[in-house]
Design a binder for this molecule. Structure first.
Ligand SMILES: Cc1cc2nc3c(=O)[nH]c(=O)nc-3n(C[C@H](O)[C@H](O)[C@H](O)COP(=O)(O)O)c2cc1C
Length: 165
């Protein structure tokens, strides 16, 4: 084996998971951001975690509102995943810019994109500084799924978004 960088390792571990992190802005309008760095943490109780850059507006809203929905996007959302991963909601209405159709989630006032395969409704438990990111550790309140959707993954590092099959 030869020594490589951690970014190179994340490229070699492709396909990597991909989520759309759904939050509310301060005015209550929706924001979405693409996040690959997430993981299941515990089944008892249900817990997950994800890491977002300190500069992320979504992260700021999670710290402010303590609520967030992580979704696994279906194949129709490939362009949305790339768009929401390359613009910040701080200045942009991503829902309008990328023409994202949203749907309600029972028991939550955060909307999620139509064609989501899985929706994990979370409450922020704690967050920690980890280098240039914050790690958000969340309690899971509800989980929903549409098993007919074909989940997207990030390929070639984070350059391409497509399903496994
Ligand atoms: C495939 C892909 C995966 C990404 N994964 C992450 C991630 O895990 N953590 C992160 O902070 N940003 C990630 N990003 C970048 C954010 O989505 C991007 O910085 C976005 O503009 C943040 O939006 P916000 O400021 O509205 O939160 C990813 C982008 C792409 C395209």
């Amino acid at each position: 084996m030869k020594e490589i960088t951690l970014p190179k390792a994340s490229q070699l571990s492709s396909p990597n998971p991909v989520t759309l992190v759904c939050t509310q802005k301060s005015d209550g309008s929706p924001n979405l951001a693409t996040v690959s760095w997430w993981t299941y943490l515990s089944y008892n109780p249900y817990m997950i975690a994800f890491a977002m850059a300190k500069t992320s507006y979504s992260g700021e809203m999670v710290r402010q509102n303590k609520k967030v929905i992580l979704t696994i996007p279906g194949a129709e959302l490939a362009d949305v995943v790339l768009g929401c991963g390359s613009t910040t909601g701080r200045q942009t209405d991503k829902v309008a810019k990328f023409d994202i159709k949203l749907m309600d989630v029972a028991g939550s006032d955060i909307k999620i994109p139509c064609h989501s395969k899985v929706a994990i409704v979370c409450h922020l438990k704690e967050y920690h500084e980890v280098g240039d990111h914050y790690l958000y550790i969340c309690d899971v309140e509800k989980v929903f799924a549409d098993e007919t959707e074909n989940a997207l993954f990030a390929w070639n590092g984070y350059a391409q978004i497509r399903p496994v099959k």
